[in-house]
Design a protein around this ligand. Structure first.
Ligand code: NDP
Length: 399
């Protein structure tokens, strides 16, 4: 049994917090700390009364000293960072200073450059090792479960994996002409960036949305999907020996793409500050303010997500293909925890990662990605905590 400090109280955190409350044989105390404490208090009011004792606090996670003070006063066993990628380093600094295990779901990204990379966080490895604490990076769905699927495929189904295609389909319909399913600023920065994939030991860069395929997803049907750069490609390229190619595809509907193009064309997705009525504003942040809050999409979103990985490689000298995926229903998630499937598919693995660090099954000193641990306890937990997985040994292949 132990204490967890959750930082951030948005869409993903809300799901993780519900799941922590359900998992009361591992967690017995939780503090929810975020920039806007009223959101933490509202969740506490909703969830109080169970076995997990909840406290709340206001914290600015950009401020390491404030985080250190909070951690020292609460003494959590683990810190689960569900704020934004901009806060990863300040929170890691505070964990280092206080000797507390760290878990997150997205890699660090500087506010002023739309470029996410692991190099900043991997640079903490020696300091975490010397302090004897674990940092578990990217314990969401993608990154997160996709890395665990890879470790599982490597452990149980392949001698060598040569190709990985990660396919992320969202067939949910929220009824708005344009909205994003998670933080709009982070989402739009990701999809307007150049695409890239890993091939033969190097990055191949593409124009945004340059590579399109159609895939017939189990339980969803055929969808247009586009190649994007995605953060787990970087860690999997490092951690899967003999890998030749890793690609990531995400589905987008035509309405989303048309709106995005228009917003881009008029400059609304830019992160360069402009002067407006005498003060600097960042167009993308202004756009975020006028778009629907992703947390409000839950009640209106119907349909399913399907996220998984197709592997090609060698087993016992023979070529083999294997597909492992999860299908998640937006309305079922909403009925259970009041959120749509995008937050659910991230919040559940965040809780599982925190649980495995907390109970010691995934603890080793240093900074690690999910695929560097034994996948089996995580795979079992996915089935228990709401994200059961399915497999296929003769999947349709992406050309
Ligand atoms: P939200 O915007 O809904 O929530 C972010 C939360 O962080 C908000 O509560 C916000 O506070 C809080 N926050 C932001 N800045 C600070 C700060 N300086 N100090 C304290 N709190 C702060 O985002 P999501 O829940 O959608 O996403 C959370 C994380 O999950 C992101 O890092 C995102 O990239 C990641 N993610 C990962 C996925 C994966 O599969 N691996 C998929 C989807 C998301 P306030 O309420 O005041 O705004």
């Amino acid at each position: 049994m132990g204490k967890i400090l959750v930082i951030g109280c948005g869409g993903v955190a809300s799901v993780a917090i519900h799941k922590i409350c359900q998992n009361d044989s591992v967690f017995d105390e939780m503090m929810i700390a975020s920039r806007t404490v009223s959101k933490c208090d509202a969740l506490k009011t909703k969830l109080d009364g169970g076995k997990v004792k909840i406290q709340t606090a206001q914290v600015d996670a950009d401020d390491t000293a404030a985080l250190v003070e909070l951690i020292r006063s609460y003494h959590p066993d683990v810190v689960l960072n569900l704020a934004l990628p901009y806060q990863d380093l300040t929170i890691m600094d505070a964990c280092l200073e206080t000797g507390t295990h760290y878990i997150d779901t997205a890699n660090y990204e500087p506010k002023d450059t739309a470029k996410f990379e692991y190099k900043w966080q991997w640079a903490y490895h020696d300091r975490f090792r010397e302090k004897g604490i674990t940092a578990l990076l990217g314990s969401g769905f993608d990154p997160g479960v996709t890395g665990v699927f890879t470790a599982y495929a490597l452990k149980h189904h392949f001698d060598e994996i040569h190709e990985i295609d990660i396919l992320d389909a969202n067939a949910g319909d929220h009824g708005y002409p344009f909205a994003t399913n998670f933080n709009p600023e982070i989402n739009i920065r990701e999809v307007t960036a150049n695409g890239s994939y890993w091939q033969d030991g190097r990055w191949v860069e593409t124009e945004p949305m340059e590579i399109k395929r159609v895939y017939d997803f189990p339980e969803i049907g055929p969808k247009d999907m586009y190649l994007l750069h995605h953060e787990e490609i970087e860690s999997l390229a490092k951690n899967v020996p003999g890998i030749k190619r890793i690609r990531f595809f995400m589905t987008f509907g035509q309405s989303y793409l048309t709106h995005l193009k228009c917003l881009e064309n008029v400059g609304m997705t830019s992160i360069e500050p402009i002067m407006y009525e005498g003060r600097p504003i960042i167009p993308l942040q202004f756009l975020k303010a006028v778009l629907p809050d992703p947390a409000s999409l839950g009640p209106r979103t119907v349909g399913k997500t399907n996220i998984g990985c197709i592997f090609k490689g060698i087993k016992d000298g023979k070529e083999k293909t294997y597909y492992i995926y999860n299908v998640c229903d937006h309305q079922e998630c909403y009925r259970e925890v009041g959120s749509q499937a995008i937050s659910y598919t991230t919040g559940v693995p965040a809780m599982i990662g925190a649980m495995l660090v907390m109970n010691g099954k995934w603890r080793k000193p240093g900074v690690f990605n999910v695929e560097e641990f034994d996948p089996d306890p995580f795979m079992d937990a996915l089935n228990i905590w709401g994200l059961p997985w399915q497999e296929s040994f003769s999947p349709e292949i992406v050309d």
